[in-house]
Structure formats: structure tokens, C-alpha cells
Design a binder for this molecule. Structure first.
Ligand SMILES: [Zn+2]
Length: 247
């Protein structure tokens, strides 16, 4: 067993898009990561692709490393580096289905009903883990891509948490509060959302809340706090309209 890196599986997953994640997992699960070794600062391995690639990944940050494939030579994060990072975290063990799932947009779980206190605690923890990735941008410009990646990770963590949530008044309230906190981050928190990642995630949560309202009308009264609110892109408008149409 190697010393685990400073990042976890979710950090690796959300550093890349769904396509690259799937290709990296296929390499990992196909036993293509061989000769895995650990040094003080990094992990090294060979990854059997079109030809065997020599790969190294830092144990502190998944986007620091080397690979002699085409992308790696352009200094870009490649599927071989991701596969080696996954190996560093999981040590060759099979991955569970939910570990492999890459969810980047909030979707409704399709479930109606109550949630236990324990589940609510876990849900809040997961949403907060996403929230912590959505921070103010203080430059310089060369760190802008790393910053946008962090926003992607934060939104994907929130989306992954939301995808498990059953519709009820308690969870609706939590999602409305999540939207209000994200709105504050955009309006006054110094978040640079030029890529629209956070805004897109918020619109996705609004869609989920509309599905909640269809599934359980008790969710609708939670929208009341949004009436007359000034928000950064009027994202609350569909929710308020829904409430008024049902009144
Ligand atoms: Zn590579």
C-alpha cells in the first residue's frame, strides 16, 4: 500500500471532463497501469496505451506531472496521468458504481419523500465541500485556468450531491439556501464566473426545484423567501412565477 496523495477521488474526477474521466477509468480498470512506484514527491508508473507511456503525478496536486504521450508533451493533463492518480488513491481495487459516475449538472433524483437526519447531515457536508471550491479570484492571470477548474470541481460536487436528493420541503429549503449563498458569492464574493459555470449550476438547481414542486406541492411554500429579491441574474424568477401560478 502506498502513501495516499493529498487529493481524493472526487478531486481527480472533477479535474477533468466526463469523456477523459471515462477513458482514464477504462485504463485503470483494464489493468493498464503497471510498475507503479512511489517517491517522496510523486508516483510513477507505465501506462499501456497505444504504446507504453512513462507517467508521473505529484502526490500534492493531480494537475502536476508528466507523461510522454502527445498531450503530456504539450503540458496538458492526460488520461494516463489521471489513471495513475486514481491508482495512487485506490491501489488497484475495483471502483464502486457511484465512484465512477461523473455528474456535472444538477438533475432531479426522481425520488419523493423524507430524508433522515443522518442523510441530511451528509448532504450538507457534500454541498459545503463544493461551496468551499467556489472562492474569490485574486489573480494572477496564469492561475486563471486552475481557478476555473476549481469552480468546475465545486459545481460538480454540488451537482453530484443534488442528484441523490429526494423532493420534500426540507431538502427544497436547503437547495433554496444553497442558491442564495451562491448568489452572494457571485454578487459580492469576488467569484469570477466568466465561464458561466456557477450560473449554469444555479439554473440547474432551479430546474431541480421546479421538479420538486411538481412532485411535492409542500416544496412550493419554500419559494416564498425569493419573492421581491434582487438577484444577480434573476434566476429566482421561474420559481416565483411557479408559486404565483399555483396560488
Ligand atoms: Zn499521457
Amino acid at each position: 500500500m502506498n502513501t495516499p496523495p493529498l487529493y481524493d477521488l472526487n478531486t481527480i474526477k472533477y479535474a477533468v471532463d466526463d469523456g477523459m474521466w471515462k477513458r482514464a477509468i477504462a485504463l485503470y480498470e483494464g489493468g493498464k497501469v503497471v510498475d507503479f512506484k512511489e517517491t517522496v514527491n510523486e508516483y510513477t508508473a507505465r501506462v499501456l496505451g497505444g504504446s507504453p507511456y512513462r507517467v508521473s503525478v505529484s502526490n500534492k496536486s493531480v494537475d502536476r506531472g508528466d507523461c510522454d504521450c502527445y498531450m503530456g508533451q504539450q503540458d496538458e493533463l492526460c488520461k494516463h496521468m489521471i489513471a495513475v492518480a486514481v491508482y495512487a488513491v485506490c491501489d488497484g481495487r475495483p471502483l464502486a458504481l457511484e465512484e465512477k459516475q461523473h455528474i456535472s449538472e444538477p438533475v432531479y433524483s426522481g425520488i419523493v419523500g423524507d430524508i433522515t437526519e443522518e442523510e441530511m447531515k451528509e448532504l450538507k457536508w457534500n454541498i459545503n465541500a463544493g461551496m468551499r471550491c467556489i472562492k474569490s479570484y485574486e489573480g494572477p492571470s496564469r492561475t486563471w485556468f486552475a481557478y476555473q477548474n476549481k469552480l468546475d470541481e465545486g459545481c460538480a460536487r454540488i451537482a453530484t450531491a443534488v442528484a441523490t436528493v429526494p423532493a420534500n420541503a426540507k431538502t427544497a429549503k436547503l437547495l433554496v439556501n444553497t442558491l442564495l449563498k451562491l448568489d452572494t458569492k457571485l454578487a459580492t464574493g469576488g467569484v469570477d464566473d466568466s465561464n458561466g459555470t456557477v450560473g449554469h449550476c444555479m439554473s440547474g438547481i432551479v430546474e431541480v426545484l421546479l421538479s420538486f414542486a411538481d412532485a411535492d406541492p409542500m416544496c412550493i411554500k419554500v419559494f416564498k423567501v425569493l419573492e421581491g429579491k434582487k438577484t444577480c441574474f434573476e434566476w429566482q424568477e421561474p420559481l416565483v412565477r411557479y408559486m404565483k401560478n399555483r396560488a
